[in-house]
Each structure stands twice: as structure tokens, then as C-alpha cells.
Write a protein that binds this ligand. Structure first.
Ligand code: RVP
Length: 498
């Protein structure tokens, strides 16, 4: 333990990773990490369960690039389930339970459905599941006005519909789609019932995103945050119904009776569902959550860029020490740590992993991307997106006020039962971050920095990276780490300060 004193706490900026003998090229390293249970990620990155960071669009983009998104819970159960559904429907190898419409459906029903899921077509089936036809964008391109009140059967393609048998492989499907110049291939069983659907879009996405995080059925992975309140079972049931891959018990203080109970409540009814829980910063916290059944443990109190917990309450722990201490115990117990909060540069990801975490959860660095919820804002000619703590006044009031009346602590911010009717004590602030463009570009830089760090450490895998050494730096050393004694005249894509 030596390096990390128990009465002194360090964070990312206090250390550097010592370069070591290397036969490893950054391009050749393996960044595979375990998120929870059998959920493996090609890159160890998780987007934060925050209302300015992760909804369906972010979760889709995170999973496509090999990470995972945790859909926030500052919305109704139905809305959150619908966000998860959008992710699980967005891309698959073969869609085994395609969304269909009955022949009695009207064109505007079809249009609404296609719009919601960004589908370009929908199969039409009768009550017994027989395939009658398929309605695609092409069939309705020039529809207008009263057309939308007519039944879908007036517009669908049914004569000469190209189908294939159940069991057709993706490669065979590709050939059929190519031969007939079509975009969707329904799979039918011996009696003409729809049994699946293969689309050009899905095949193309597979080629475009070879590292995507996918479940056993080829759908993108998705996690979602839950609380500890009375509606926990109802929320988890709705998420499970949408095939959620993992739920994340999302509280500011995970080493607490309600969180332990929440894990047990979930595991009692859904023993096979991956559950991550947090946040904690001590070995005892890890032990308690592991004992209750948590499959991954989220670490960090007060580290978030928008978090004021440590100044408001005096409590917390600088993030590098928190990860170090918790991960020693977690490793013995065989449970992965998710380092949550405080990542400001790609080098911090490297340090979080050297300290022992499997994955890191990120808010501020992703809040500025195209895929985060919310609009771009212009100020003094520069582009921004808003970002706020989930324990900020803005996040705790307004659209979520009634929810806070029934749940106790929440992600990074804290209210008491009945807080909606009382004055709140926020533990987070509201602000903005520079607009950062598409998530893919940001992740390219973050993963590039991680790969580079692995090269310096001579680590071909993240397990090997966890054996690297730290050295502590002084204030002078930290100044030397950043650009110094020059005026930066061109912004680098991976370095911005202040
Ligand atoms: P950061 O990446 O440094 O922006 O941190 C994001 C993390 O901050 C979240 O995953 C969460 O743990 C924490 N958070 C969220 N809201 C608040 C708060 O209001 N205090 N803190």
C-alpha cells in the first residue's frame, strides 16, 4: 500500500505514471474492460447518468464506439423505459422481434412509429403473425394530407415481397439484399409468419462499428440509473421489459442502509440482472455493497466537475486515493470498480486505471458533444452546451420535483424525503461546457490518450496497465506537465484549459 497513505488523499493531478520498458505500440494495445458481470467493453468508458449527458442518443453513440451509457433517471419510469427501448431497437444483427403494425393501422400510426425509432420501414402482420407486407419510406415518400388517414395496406409493398427463411445468415442476407436492391429482408417461418428482420442499415452499422458493445442478440448494450425509493421495483421491471443490460443504483452515498436494501430488493426479484451500485470511497463501502450482491461498484464522492459536496458537506475523498483504496479490496473480492467523476484529460483515464479501476464514468467531457441532450448555445461567438450536477437546484426542481419528494439521496446531490416542499440544499452547480462536436471525435482523442499511456507504461492490456507505478509531483511538476511559458495560439483537439 505504501505509496498511498491512509491519512492523506491524492488525486489525478498529484501524480504521473512512470514510463516503463515497452514493447507495446499504442495501436496494438487491447483496451477491453469488464463493466459488470459478463458485460465486456472494447473501451473502458461509461457516460454519466446525468440529465445533460445520457439519454438514448448518447447511449447509442457510446455503445457503438465500444463503451456504454447509463440513461439518467430524472424522468418518469415510462420515459426512461422508452429511452432504453430506443437504444435496444437502434441496431442489431437480426431483429428477432420486429415492431409490426396490423393491417388496420393508419398511415399516421406508421409514420409516428417510424419517426420514434428512426426506422425506415415496418412489417405489416395479421393477428396470427402472418406477414402481409412491408411499409417503407419509399412507399410513402409522396404522401400528404388525407393520405395519412388511410390504412397502411393501401401503401405497403406486398406483391413480389422478397423474404427469406428463418436461419438465413447475415452474409446470405447481404447477398439477397444486394441482388434485389432492397433495404429490408423479412424472415418468415414455414407457415408464413414473420420471425425476424434483417436490414441494410444494421449490416452497414456492423461494418462501421466493429467494436460496438452488443448483447447476445446483437443489440447495443445499455444501462440505466435507478434510485432507492418506493418505485424501485416498478422502474426496474419497466427497464427489464426493455431488455436493459444493467441497472445502476445511483446515489451520492452508497455506503448506506437504503442502498444495501435496494441491491437486495433488485437481486431478490431479478437475480441475473447486472447491478452496479455506489458511490463509495472506502474498503468498507466496497465490502458492504459486494456482500449485498453488487456486480460492480461505483467510486467517487465529490470528484465531479459540477459537484460541491466536499465544500458543502466537508465530506468526500480525492479521486485517485478513493480508487486506489477501494480497488485493492475489490480486486480480492473479484468485483470491478467504476471510477466516477473528475476526469478532465485523457491522462486521468490512464491514472484511474493504473490506480485500479476497470472503467471510468465521465460527465463534463461528454456533455459538450452533439449527442448529449439539450441545444447548443452561442455566447460571445463561441458554442456551448449546458451541463449541471444532478444535485444542483435546476436538476432537483422543475421537471423532477415530485420524484425528489419520494426518493432520498440522488446522483451527486442530495435531498431529504419531502424535499420538494422544503428548501433544498444543493451539492452541485449549473453551468456550461464548450461544444465539442460528435462523440466519436471526442472518444477518439480519449481512447488515443489511453493507448498512448499504455505505450509509455509498456502495457498491452488494461490488466498490465494496473501494474504500472505512480510518482508524486509537486506544484512545480504539475506546472511543467501543462504547456508553460508559451502562449497557446491554436487549440489542440485534446487540450483545453480554463
Ligand atoms: P465529471 O465527469 O467530473 O463531470 O463528473 C461526473 C460525475 O459527477 C457523475 O457521474 C456523478 O457521479 C457526479 N455528480 C453528478 N451530479 C453531481 C452533483 O450535483 N453533485 N455530481
Amino acid at each position: 500500500d505504501g505509496f498511498f497513505d491512509r491519512f492523506e488523499a491524492l488525486t489525478f493531478d498529484d501524480v504521473v505514471v512512470v514510463p516503463g520498458w515497452s514493447e507495446t505500440l499504442p495501436d496494438a494495445v487491447d483496451t477491453t474492460a469488464t463493466f459488470a458481470r459478463d458485460i465486456e467493453l472494447a473501451v473502458p468508458l461509461v457516460s454519466a447518468a446525468m440529465d445533460k449527458v445520457t439519454e438514448a442518443r448518447m447511449a447509442v453513440a457510446m455503445a457503438r464506439h465500444g463503451g456504454i451509457g447509463v440513461i439518467h433517471r430524472n424522468m418518469s419510469i415510462a420515459d426512461q423505459a422508452s429511452e432504453v427501448q430506443k437504444v435496444k431497437r437502434s441496431q442489431s444483427g437480426m431483429i428477432t422481434d420486429p415492431v409490426t403494425l396490423p393491417p388496420t393501422a393508419l398511415l399516421h400510426d406508421a409514420e409516428a412509429l417510424m419517426h420514434k425509432f428512426k426506422f425506415s420501414g415496418v412489417p405489416i402482420t395479421d393477428d396470427d403473425g402472418h406477414l402481409l407486407g412491408i411499409l417503407t419510406n419509399r412507399d410513402i415518400r409522396f404522401c400528404e394530407g388525407s393520405d395519412f388517414d388511410r390504412p397502411v395496406t393501401d401503401f405497403m409493398t406486398s406483391d413480389g415481397l422478397v423474404t427469406a427463411e428463418v436461419g438465413t445468415s447475415l452474409d446470405e442476407a447481404k447477398a439477397i439484399l444486394q441482388e434485389h436492391r432492397i433495404e429490408k429482408l423479412p424472415l418468415v417461418d414455414g407457415v408464413g409468419c414473420l420471425a425476424g428482420l434483417i436490414t441494410v442499415k444494421d449490416i452497414q452499422k456492423r461494418l462501421d462499428f466493429p467494436n460496438a458493445s452488443r448483447d447476445g442478440r446483437g443489440r447495443l448494450r445499455c444501462a440505466a440509473a435507478v434510485g432507492v425509493g418506493a418505485d424501485l421495483e416498478e422502474r426496474v421491471a419497466a427497464l427489464v421489459e426493455m431488455s436493459i443490460d444493467a441497472v445502476s443504483i445511483d446515489t451520492a452515498h452508497g455506503h448506506s442502509a437504503n442502498v444495501i436494501k435496494a441491491i437486495e430488493r433488485i437481486k431478490g426479484s431479478w437475480p441475473d440482472l447486472a447491478v452496479t451500485a455506489g458511490n463509495v470511497v472506502t474498503e468498507e463501502g466496497v465490502e458492504a455493497l459486494h456482500k449485498a450482491g453488487a456486480d460492480a461498484i461505483k467510486v467517487g464522492v465529490g470528484a465531479g466537475s459540477i459537484c460541491t459536496t466536499r465544500v458543502v458537506s466537508g465530506a468526500g475523498m480525492p479521486q485517485l486515493s478513493a480508487i486506489w483504496h477501494t480497488s485493492r479490496r475489490a480486486q480480492q473480492l473479484g468485483v470491478p470498480i467504476i471510477g466516477d467523476g473528475g476526469i478532465t484529460f485523457s491522462g486521468d483515464i490512464v491514472k484511474a486505471i493504473v490506480a485500479g479501476s476497470q472503467t471510468v464514468m465521465i460527465g463534463s467531457l461528454l456533455a459538450g458533444t452533439e449527442e448529449s441532450p439539450g441545444e447548443m448555445e452561442l455566447m460571445d461567438g463561441r458554442r456551448y452546451k449546458s451541463y449541471r450536477g444532478m444535485g444542483s437546484m435546476g436538476a432537483m426542481t422543475g421537471d423532477s420535483a415530485d420524484r425528489y419528494a419520494t426518493s432520498q439521496s440522488t446522483a451527486g446531490g442530495r435531498t431529504d424525503v419531502g424535499a420538494a416542499s422544503k428548501k433544498l440544499v444543493p451539492e452541485g452547480i449549473e453551468g456550461r461546457v464548450p461544444y465539442a462536436g460528435p462523440l466519436g471525435d471526442v472518444l477518439y482523442q480519449l481512447v488515443g490518450g489511453l493507448r498512448s499511456g499504455m505505450g509509455y507504461a509498456g502495457a498491452a492490456t488494461l490488466d498490465a496497465l494496473r501494474t504500472a507505478r505512480f510518482m508524486r509531483v509537486t506544484t512545480a511538476g504539475r506546472e511543467e506537465s501543462h504547456p508553460h511559458d508559451v502562449t497557446v495560439t491554436k487549440e489542440a483537439p485534446n487540450y483545453q484549459r480554463g
